[in-house]
Ligand binder design. Structure first.
Ligand code: SF4
Length: 991
């Protein structure tokens, strides 16, 4: 990370941003419009260059750190990108991926012009077309769908959104429930667990002020909001705070920790509940906080209805509930020593309420019931009163700000069952990774599909099912891939439309970096520089390389053309607030937002003689507030006409007609009465922290109503080492790579270009592997061949391979960049597909001389395509961990060989579907639960159709998913490598 270090060793007092003496290393903002530096490429001559420094925001992960682009004032080329010291979240610092944005901009293989396929899908023949042709083609199809009242015919399927609210708005203007996202292969397990507790789906740990930090993932190197969080975690450690990291792999983060806790994957919940038991048994909980803010009356009502509803009785019952989770039980499940678990519990209690915790991907994304692990983490914060406190963990809603746009459309009236199938009524996000299976089941078709920064053939599990679906024109009618780069998925599209990288587009962002709120402004830096120097630019593509559009302008333009006369009611949302009746310019969209929706910004701007847009153009970010602690205690002074309902004295709006809705389904709660005072509380139905979730109980999962431990699909009892079986962790990330987009960053590929399978020494001996030796890893639907790395950095019984590598292309000079991808041969036989590398990464000729100096060759192995879908029946999260059989490569195997059987993929999908407990009542899903782009309430009504009746009858008979309970799930999710792939190879005898 560059900059931001006080050379005299003084530490920052808190986690804030802002200006201080540490900014001396950066050019002063007063000189950003005219900054002179010597050109390092001209050395040893002294050639000075004049730059305009334009702030923008990084797009290479979700943290949205500030960047400054050095735009050459003569050529308008971007020469380099550095940190933005005025960004409150990142404070001038970046990880390697931030400055590497320059590679993405200058990549000689980037897509510069819109492309249309010429031959059949996937044939790889493309022709350049005009943007007018593209816009008219799609606008016509969209108009037809909207005019016919079938707006869900148009689907927007997004990988990395990189913005807050723009997409939601254009979907609402279309009246479409057409939002699908990658979240269920990423963070639904984390989100659902937080959501059931607090009604807010992300945590905001106040790391900078924590005295003890518990991380269940690799935050310091690759975690969520990575760089802004990592710098604050280290600050707390430098002040004496302690860190514990739960991870079977010795990550860089674990290596910095005071406690490395290498749990068996999926056993984390047992350890966390054992910690909770210690807190309860030793009286180390915060009784006052729990009494005021946990829904203990509801808990008692359900768990011990005969008990008098006293807090003492609640604590007694809770101790009984968790009595089974002794440290010794947790040791047996996890492999961690019981005394370590007790020691961590006491450290947490001593640090409270300055106890920060975080789980996001990792265990929550790897395991069946992973979302319950999240609930167990949050239980520790609730018990110790470390919620909303200085150094504790708050709901992210307190530290995130989304400004309202001009002219908000009303909610749509649709429900899209391809995105929200009724089997998953509690799924946190769209069931995106089941999409090809739902299409294959005949549940619908997709006349118009926009994929946006999305590469499911490579990133998702079961990519071959995606390939088959995207190739089939009877399933997907017209597919445009909106992408800055070529990808395995773009290859099968009808149109490939180049969209701008981070410094080539406008967006706003706000994330929970610390206990305050900030808003960042991504801007197209070349356009801004040109306009500041007096050039007129109507559309950003005029300033960007080639004809690379920015998406905001694309959506405005295509929506306008889809409703040219305004008769569909769409065009009104794209008319300028400043020039009535005329098409809005993107600059006006943000100008209105900054002038009207960002508290304090107009005043800050005026103090510097700027208008609000001018301020954001100059600094790239604004801090809105600090010290957002204890908001749940906020008194609600005028709750309006309300009723007090339920055991937790919840205030609900009298104006709302609840109809048939129980309290758990109502979206109209405003406060909870605590000791006679209405207080804001949390975003749950009760406005309390919901230790007991009536929502889970009412929607078919009473056994999971409280945070509990349930065995994962990779529990040790399902893994037979004697038969060569292991658990594969495919989820860990490299700090220097970004799924699909880092392929175009030569600096990053030079840093990271190996893809080993981590194996511990005793397992390597058992299998007969040495470092560099080839292993065949068999999954339930296929297998892959990878090189081993023997290391003590992974616990026995587990093998691991990074999520980041294995890029491929089907033609030598097209379809993917050549900095990271291999040329492969794809062979389909019946329902199976095999890939064989023809060659790895090689030097090649391009306008960038670096391409001839490429010295690395390993493109890695595309492991994800060999994984079946594993939908968690509650959160909907894809459970990434795999039971695998690992053996030495077999005769004829070559590095990076892949084989997948689609019939087996279908079988695994169907089996996991039987775990579900479908909606069969009046609603499709609880109304209060988070949903991106929520439709109107009436859209939640579940039709009393054949499917509903069948689900209801199955439940009453105790059949289907409803008949499977708790640990019986193991029999559904287990599989036998020997049955599928025959006897394993004979490993050599131990040496
Ligand atoms: S942490 Fe993320 S947003 Fe920040 S510089 Fe790195 S890639 Fe960019």
């Amino acid at each position: 990370m560059a900059g931001g270090i006080d050379r005299k060793g003084a530490r920052r007092p808190t986690g804030y941003g802002g200006r201080d003496r540490m900014l001396e290393a950066y050019p002063p903002v007063e000189r950003w419009d005219s900054w002179t530096e010597y050109d390092p490429a001209a050395w040893p001559r002294k050639v000075s260059r004049e730059y305009m420094i334009v702030p923008t925001v990084c797009f290479n992960c979700e943290a949205a750190c500030g960047l400054t682009a050095y735009v050459d004032k003569e050529s308008f080329e971007v020469r380099k990108l550095e940190g933005n010291p005025h960004h409150p979240g990142s404070r001038g610092r970046n990880c390697a991926k931030g400055p590497a944005t320059i590679n993405q901009i200058h990549d000689p293989e980037r897509i510069l012009y819109p492309q249309r396929r010429k031959g059949p899908r996937g044939s790889g023949e493309w022709e350049r077309v005009s943007w007018d042709h593209v816009l008219d083609t799609f606008a016509e199809r969209m108009h037809d769908a909207f005019a016919a009242g079938t707006p869900n015919d148009v689907l927007y399927f997004v990988g990395r959104p990189g913005e807050d609210g723009f997409a939601d708005r254009f979907l609402e203007t279309w009246g479409s429930d057409g939002h699908n996202s990658h979240t269920n292969v990423c963070s639904s397990g984390g989100r659902a667990g937080y959501g059931f507790w607090s009604g807010t789906d992300r945590p905001s740990p106040d790391y900078a002020n924590a005295r003890f930090t518990l991380l269940i993932s690799a935050h310091l190197e690759s975690g969520h909001y990575f760089n802004p969080h990592a710098q604050r975690i280290i600050e707390s450690q430098q002040r004496g705070g302690k860190i514990a990291v739960m991870d079977p792999r010795l990550s860089n983060t674990a290596s910095m920790a005071d406690y490395w806790l290498p749990t068996w994957p999926g056993s984390e919940g047992a350890v966390l509940l054992a910690i909770a038991k210690v807190l309860l048994d030793e009286g180390l909980y915060d009784a006052e906080f729990v009494r005021r803010w946990v829904n203990w009356r509801t808990y008692l009502e359900h768990r011990s209805p005969a008990s008098e509803p006293t807090f003492a009785n609640f604590i007694g019952e809770l101790r009984k509930e968790y009595a089974q989770y002794t440290p010794e039980f947790a040791e047996a499940e996890s492999g961690l020593p019981a005394q370590t678990i007790v020691a961590v519990a006491r450290e947490i209690a001593a640090a409270a309420p300055a106890f920060s915790s975080h789980i996001w991907r990792a265990a929550a994304a790897g395991n069946l019931h992973g979302w319950q692990i999240t609930r167990c983490v949050m239980l520790l914060n609730a018990l110790t009163g470390s919620v909303g406190a200085v150094g504790g963990t708050s709901p992210n809603a307190w530290n995130k700000f989304i400004p309202a746009p001009w002219k908000k459309p009303s909610a749509n009236e649709q429900w899209n069952e391809l995105n929200w199938p009724r089997e998953y009524p509690l799924a946190h996000n769209e069931m995106s990774f089941l999409y090809p299976h739902l299409l294959e089941d005949g549940r619908g078709t997709q006349p118009v599909l926009f994929t946006r920064v999305l590469n499911p053939i490579w990133t998702y599990p079961d990519g071959y099912s995606w390939l088959r679906a995207l190739r089939d024109e009877s399933k997907v009618g017209l597919h445009a891939a909106l992408t800055p780069t070529w990808s395995e998925t773009a290859w099968w599209a009808d149109y490939v439309l180049p969209m701008g990288h981070g410094p080539e587009r406008h967006d706003t962002h706000s994330y929970e970096s610390y206990s305050g709120r900030w808003l960042g402004f991504r801007q197209p830096v070349q356009r801004v520089a040109m306009e500041k120097l007096g050039h007129e630019v109507e559309f950003t593509y005029e300033a960007n390389p080639g004809e690379v559009w920015e998406e905001g302008e694309f959506w405005i333009e295509v929506s306008w053309r889809a409703d040219p006369d305004g008769s569909l009611g769409i065009r009104q949302y794209y008319e300028s607030p400043y020039r009535p009746g005329e098409k809005i310019r993107l600059e006006e969209y943000y100008r209105w937002m900054f002038e009207n929706s960002v508290p304090g910004l107009p005043e800050k701007a005026a103090a510097e003689g700027l208008d609000p847009l001018g301020y954001m153009r100059r600094y790239g970010a604004v801090e809105i507030s600090r010290d957002e602690y204890s908001q749940h205690e906020t008194e609600v002074e005028d709750p309006g006409e309300t009723d007090v309902l339920g055991r937790e004295a919840t205030l609900t709006k009298r104006s709302f007609d609840p109809g048939h809705l129980p309290l758990t389904g109502r979206p109209d709660t405003v406060a909870t009465v605590v000791e006679g005072t209405p207080r804001q509380g949390f975003n749950t139905p009760s406005r309390k922290l919901e230790l007991y979730s009536e929502t889970l109980a009412e929607w078919g999962w009473p056994e999971f109503a409280v945070p509990s431990y349930a065995r994962s699909h990779v529990h040790p009892s399902l893994i037979d080492h004697e038969r060569g079986e292991y658990v594969l962790l495919p989820t860990y990330r490299l700090p220097t790579l970004i799924h699909s987009r880092s392929g175009n960053a030569k600096y990053l590929n030079e840093l990271s270009h190996t893809h080993p399978l981590l194996v511990c020494p005793e397992d390597a001996e058992r299998i007969g592997l040495e470092t560099g030796g080839l292993a065949r890893v068999e999954t339930e639907i296929g297998w892959f061949v990878i090189k081993a790395l023997v290391t003590e950095g992974i616990r026995p019984g587990i093998v691991a391979a990074s999520h980041h590598m294995g890029r491929w292309r089907l033609k030598e000079d097209k379809g993917n960049e050549r900095w990271s991808s291999a040329l492969v041969d794809m062979a389909e036989v019946g329902d199976t597909v095999s890939f064989r590398q023809l060659h790895g990464v090689e030097p090649w000729q391009s306008e960038d001389p670096s391409s001839e100096r490429v010295w690395w060759s390993d493109a890695g192995v595309h492991q994800n395509i060999t994984f079946p879908v594993h939908p968690d029946p509650v959160s909907g999260m894809h459970c990434w961990h795999q039971k695998v059989r690992v053996g030495p490569a077999r005769e004829g195997d070559r590095y990076a060989d892949i084989h997948v059987d689609h019939a087996r993929a279908r079988d695994a999908y169907r089996r996991w579907l039987t775990l579900t407990r479908p909606a069969d009542g009046e609603l499709r899903r609880p109304i209060w639960l988070f949903r991106p782009v929520k439709p109107v309430l009436s859209a939640y009504d579940l039709p009393a159709d054949d499917a509903t009746m069948a689900a209801r009858a199955a439940r009453e008979r105790g059949e289907g998913g409803w008949g499977v309970s708790g640990l019986d799930m193991a029999s559904v999710v287990d599989w036998s490598p020997e049955e599928v792939w025959g006897p394993g190879p004979q490993a050599p005898p131990p040496r």
